[in-house]
Design a protein around this ligand. Structure first.
Ligand code: GTP
Length: 604
């Protein structure tokens, strides 16, 4: 165990914020490798992104806090703590809790792309937290780099002096020293009183089966050591600390986490549910009177049903979800049964990407085959009794005569794009029931379009269509703004005459007819022919608004090997069985996974 008490005036705590792919993780790697943190052998690219999926998709999800030791030009040794943050819109919540633990932020902007939606969204989060901002323009090595112009953009849009912007290449390690020097000059040292009663902010936590919960903290006052008694401001339980340490980025035990330091503690805490991220740790003997300002509560925006394709995997799915939840308190799930899909779970996510990542982890890490239903938002239902219900599953919507109206969640949307695509994007937004708010020019060539839009329209296929109608040049940010009344109806899909709950959706009345027709057409393509005719109908109330029929299969696969050799027959059956994975029997009809997501493919 090592210990070197360091004066808070030589500590700096900051974060790196950027639009996705502008080079945040590369810069973090660079800072880590340029400081006295890891040996080269330990250094692998993007050390901060630990999860496989993060690495594959190149997105940073869970925030981490790394201690780097920097010998500055002024002869002093500084301890820098870098708190890593995710860059994707779905994870704004994690960004805000990481930023709450910082005093400064390096704002990275790509020298070719310029300021993008998340640059602005993240900068506002940083300003909300009163952070000192250190702007850098990255990727100046690129042939398309236009660092001066981008610095001007930063000045114009973000109000930061262009002359303060540092041009760098994180990949080629150009000008990293000037960042390292600017950090200690610009970011203020932590305000820390080591003789005051303990006050520490919990900004993240993860679970390990051996040690229990590992709590990430920034200590503001006092200190925490092994044996220190602690409790959270908003909970009564008292724990005894079993270990403290810092991340370098590997865990390194230390004697004490003193005021001004960022690291982790363990205290035999059994469950993540016992730890409220954003809460303040204090001493039960010497409690503080005021907690640190908390964070925004988590809001799950997207819900879908997850069902095992093999019924007997239900328990495994439950265990897997419980395990994932241990480390990601932003997922929610509860048992759910569907007539069509059997036993499964209704799960809530921060956004679509979050939902994708979790589904992928369930399949990959827990070896599960899942059937997922189309994503839905949470609707509010004003019942005739006056009561307001919330439903996250369209099939649970009460009969139309039992409620007065429905409300749906809306988001404000900021779309960043080159001006030549304005027309395309406006068309798209109109189709998505969005209301135009305004348009601003970012510079001569790019604009921000602001809209308000039902969230349900965004979670269908908005991202993909935005990308395709702007050749990938547009980016967006969104923020929940509240509920609004909508003219919405429940649409059911009946297969062979029976409504299938997993297909039920809530759609805008004005285009229900069209969506119904498109959807049944899609299903006709997706559901394989059976031995008999299969009618598919879209139904509103008791009225069928669209109908198709899948004709019967003519030949039996086994007919060919009638009388033939038995191993061949077996092989054929085996092959069929494999193909049947992710198929669900609905009545007598086999329905593939893609069919449940067909609604995502419906054009307007
Ligand atoms: P997320 O973690 O997904 O938010 O992205 P990020 O902002 O951390 O970006 P990351 O560091 O993963 O970099 C994105 C891509 O840009 C990678 O392919 C990097 O190799 C590349 N990149 C980063 N810095 C530079 C640079 O200075 N020059 C060039 N040419 N490429 C760079």
């Amino acid at each position: 165990m090592t210990f070197m008490s360091i004066d808070p005036k030589y500590i700096r705590i900051f974060s790196i914020i950027a639009h996705i792919d502008h080079g945040k993780s590369t810069l973090a790697d660079c800072i880590i490798s340029k400081t006295d943190t890891l040996s080269d052998r330990e250094m692998q690219s993007q050390v901060l992104d630990t999860m496989d999926i993060e690495r594959e998709r190149g997105i940073t999800i869970k925030s981490q806090a790394v201690q780097c030791i920097y010998n500055a030009a002024d002869g002093n040794t500084y301890h820098y703590y870098i708190i890593d943050t995710p860059g994707h819109v779905d994870f704004t919540y994690e960004v805000s809790r990481a930023l709450a633990a910082c005093d400064g932020a390096i704002l990275v902007v790509d020298a070719a792309q310029g300021v993008e939606s998340q640059t602005i969204a993240n900068m506002y989060l940083a300003l909300d937290n009163e952070l000192e901002i250190l702007p850098v323009v990255n990727k100046i090595d690129l042939p398309a780099a236009r660092p001066e112009e981008v610095a001007e953009e930063i000045e114009e849009i973000l109000g930061i002096d262009a002359t303060d912007v540092i041009p760098i290449s994180a990949k080629n390690q150009i000008n990293i020293d000037s960042i390292l020097e600017s950090i200690h000059k610009l970011v203020p040292p932590p305000k820390a009183d080591r003789s005051a009663p303990l006050k520490a902010l919990i900004f993240d936590a993860k679970f390990e089966s051996y040690r229990g919960v590992i709590v990430y903290v920034r200590v503001y006052d006092g200190e925490i050591k092994k044996g220190t008694k602690i409790r959270m401001f908003n909970a009564a339980s008292v724990y005894e600390v079993t270990g403290v340490g810092v991340f370098t980025p590997n865990e390194k035990a230390v004697d004490a986490l003193q005021a001004g330091m960022v690291g982790f503690i363990t205290a035999s805490i059994k469950s993540l549910d016992d730890v409220l991220i954003g809460d303040t740790l204090m001493s039960p003997e010497n409690p503080i009177t005021e907690a640190m300002p908390g964070f925004k509560p988590i809001r799950q925006m997207v819900f879908c049903g997850l069902y095992p394709s093999e019924g007997d995997d239900y328990e495994n799915l439950k265990v897997a979800l419980e395990k994932l939840k241990l480390n990601d308190c932003s997922i929610s799930f509860e048992p759910d049964t569907s007539q069509a899909l059997g036993f499964g779970f209704r799960c809530g996510f921060l956004g679509l990407l979050h939902s994708d990542v979790i589904q992928e982890r369930l399949e990959r890490e827990f070896n599960l085959d899942l059937v997922a239903t189309a994503p839905s938002v949470v609707y509010r239902v004003k019942m005739t009794t006056g009561e307001m219900l919330e439903i996250d599953n369209p099939s649970k919507l009460p009969e139309a005569n039992k409620y007065d109206y429905l409300e749906e969640p809306y988001v404000s949307l900021g779309l960043f794009l080159p001006k030549e695509y304005i027309g395309n994007v406006m068309d798209l937004c109109e189709k998505k029931r969005a209301t135009y708010v305004d348009m601003k020019y970012l510079d001569k060539t790019r604009v921000i379009l602001n809209y308000e839009m039902p969230l349900s329209e965004m979670i269908i296929d908005f991202f993909d269509r935005l990308k395709s109608c702007t050749q990938g040049y547009a980016s967006l940010e969104y923020d929940f703004i509240g509920y609004r009344r909508g003219k919405l109806v429940k649409m059911e899909i009946a297969i062979s005459g029976d409504p299938v709950d997993a297909f039920t959706m809530i759609v805008p009345k004005e285009n229900a007819f069209y969506r119904g027709r498109e959807l049944v057409e899609k299903l006709k393509d997706l559901i394989p022919k059976q031995m008999f005719e299969v009618p598919i109908q879209a139904v509103i109330g008791s009225r069928a608004i669209a109908r198709v029929t899948i004709s019967a299969l003519r030949k039996n696969v086994l007919a060919k090997c009638y009388g033939g050799d038995i191993t061949r027959k077996k092989k054929l059956l085996q092959k069929q069985k494999k193909g049947k994975k992710r198929m669900k029997m609905i009545g007598r009809v086999e329905v593939p996974q893609e069919a449940f997501l067909a609604v995502l493919k419906v054009k307007d």
